[in-house]
Ligand binder design. Structure first.
Ligand code: ADP
Ligand code: MG
Ligand code: MG
Length: 251
């Protein structure tokens, strides 16, 4: 489903290589975790996949269901089924949460050549998902994320994910700085959205999120590439011993 091949990426301004031959395959229905020391390039990977400016792809490829992601505008990447959740969800003053969701959903449908949802169908869909996430009508009307608590922002992000029904969800350190309850909320949201048609890439510095979301594969990233892959036991090894042993072993 998501296929990344020998990806080399530089910071556009500085000719500084960040990703140095990264390859990764996430199959439908799979949850992969990427762990790695600070500065290893985890966020850069998420940013490059999302189409954020400032990075230059030197060589390699990234495809989703065979579609070349790197050639697409960010909104077309979303239409292709990519969803990214970041550590700090953006606040959008003046734009109601419902309006935002409806605009995002209809933009996705339009890019796919599908008709807009009717108001009634949209309302039905949003109410259904909001109820599951215990998001009340008042929170749906408020400006996107403005004044939301950490936990509310995370619930809102899961709501966006549920509404857009992506093929591939990438969460970059979305658990950082959350208390245990908010982290469990994220984990429950991800677990409820796991499906045979959907893949997840969980980028996390710490193992604790993986106590609540059982990954199929754990990858260790260092200096711009994946240096080791394994099962959930790899995350526990990192938690117990840090990265030093693994990095020495692969050096
Ligand atoms: P991680 O998410 O694994 O901590 P990052 O992708 O954030 O790693 O960073 C990888 C490397 O790229 C680091 O050395 C970081 O300092 C550098 N880097 C990333 N973005 C920028 C930027 N905009 N300007 C300068 N250096 C950057
Ligand atoms: Mg970092
Ligand atoms: Mg990061």
């Amino acid at each position: 489903m998501l296929e990344i091949r020998d990806l080399h990426v530089e910071l556009a301004e500085q000719d500084k290589a960040i990703l140095k031959g990264l390859s990764l395959d996430v199959g439908a229905g799979e949850v992969h975790a990427i762990m790695g020391p600070n500065g290893s390039g985890k966020s850069t990977l998420a940013y490059v996949l999302s189409g954020r400016p400032g990075y230059e792809v030197m060589s390699g490829s990234a495809t989703l269901d065979g579609t070349d992601l790197l050639d697409l505008d960010p909104e077309d990447r979303a239409a292709a089924g990519l969803f990214l959740a970041f550590q700090y969800p953006v606040e959008i003053p003046g734009v109601g949460n419902m309006t935002f969701l409806r605009t995002a959903l209809n933009a996705q449908r339009k890019a796919r050549g599908e008709a807009e949802l009717s108001s009634a169908d949209f309302l039905k869909l949003v109410r259904e998902h909001a109820k599951d996430l215990k998001i009340d009508a008042e929170m749906l009307k408020r400006p996107v994320n403005v004044g939301f608590s950490g936990g509310e922002k995370k619930r809102n992000e899961i709501l966006q994910m549920a509404m857009l029904a992506p093929r591939m969800c990438i969460l970059d350190e979305t658990d950082s700085g959350l208390d245990v309850d908010a982290m469990k909320l994220v984990a429950d949201g991800v677990n409820s959205l796991r499906s045979p048609e959907r893949g997840f890439l969980l980028i996390t510095h710490y193992q604790r999120l993986l106590n609540h979301i059982q990954p199929d594969v754990v990858h260790i990233m260092a200096d711009g590439r994946i240096v080791k892959s394994g099962g959930p036991e790899l995350a526990i090894e990192v938690e117990n011993n840090g990265y030093a042993d693994i990095l020495a072993e692969v050096a």
